[in-house]
Design a protein around this ligand. Structure first.
Ligand code: MF3
Ligand code: CO
Ligand code: CO
Length: 262
């Protein structure tokens, strides 16, 4: 479950590449653009960096990225529907580079959002940050979900339970499970060298989850909107390091931060 120093170094590069792919696709997220186009941009940007798009053919997944619009919780499959003004879309990029994976996502605003949707997106990002801030050696994994749950409650947001953060490294999904709600059974103690994702999915309504008959697209049963942000992180000697940050230090979620509500 622990990464070697060499693996950590490679994960920094894979993480940076994943973040840079998100930075490249972000400006393409506009009204009228199809999620198939976003898939093409992510595919090309991934290949251009010498990587492979981890989702492609992963357990039969048909595309190079997940694009989850509005009530889609996660694992939305890119298609020919054009994005519309007021939509929200999570773009979840994973790259396999030099033998390791980097996994990161942002929820983008398509044009102008309602204040309510803006709150959902902004507070989901803060919830992820709070979860990551709880990562430190000696802490149990459940400290992450506890911090996320505290923030979600404060804003009246639901937390999806069916999909959780995961260990990541030479494998896309490995070992460690990271719930985004407080689960005392997640009692594994964090130690330096662990790498995993923190990727909360928060909802405006009930977080109960359904599945389209494509066996991938997870949606809220009540049809209300849901947002997600994701980083791959490393437990360090004194805390946590974000691995999915561009090589110039840019964090994609900051680059595409929502305009402040008026
Ligand atoms: N990137 C997703 C995650 O955060 C996994 C996508 S699996 C796929 O774990 F097959 F849908 F791509
Ligand atoms: Co992930
Ligand atoms: Co992901």
């Amino acid at each position: 479950m622990l990464r070697t120093p060499d693996e950590v170094e490679r994960m920094r590069r894979a993480g940076a590449a994943a973040a840079e792919v998100l930075l490249e696709v972000g400006p393409e997220v506009l009204p009228g653009v199809t999620t198939d186009h976003l898939d093409e941009v992510v595919h090309e940007a991934t290949i251009a960096r010498g990587g492979y798009p981890s989702p492609l053919n992963y357990r039969g997944y048909p595309k190079s990225v997940c694009t989850s619009v509005n009530e889609v919780i996660c694992h939305g499959i890119p298609d020919s529907r054009p994005l519309a003004d007021g939509d929200i879309v999570n773009v979840d990029v994973t790259i396999f580079l030099d033998g390791v994976h980097g996994d990161t996502s942002v929820t983008f605003a398509v044009g102008d959002l309602t204040d309510h949707d803006r709150m959902l997106v902004a507070e989901t990002r803060v919830a992820m940050d709070e979860g990551i801030a709880a990562v430190a050696p000696g802490q149990p994994v459940c400290a992450i979900g506890r911090a996320i749950e505290r923030h979600a409650r404060r804003h009246g947001l639901g937390i999806v339970r069916e999909f959780i953060g995961h260990g990541i490294g030479t494998e896309f999904h490995s070992g460690l499970q990271v719930p985004h709600y407080h689960d005392p059974r997640a009692s594994t103690i964090l130690v330096p060298g662990m790498t995993f994702t923190v990727e909360p999915m928060l909802t405006l309504g009930d977080p109960s989850c359904g599945m389209w008959d494509d066996d991938w697209t997870a949606v809220t049963l009540d049809g209300r909107r849901t947002a997600q942000f994701e980083h791959t992180v490393l437990v360090t000697e004194d805390g946590v390091e974000l691995l999915t940050v561009a090589s110039d230090g840019t964090v994609p979620a900051d680059a595409f931060a929502l305009p402040a509500a008026v």
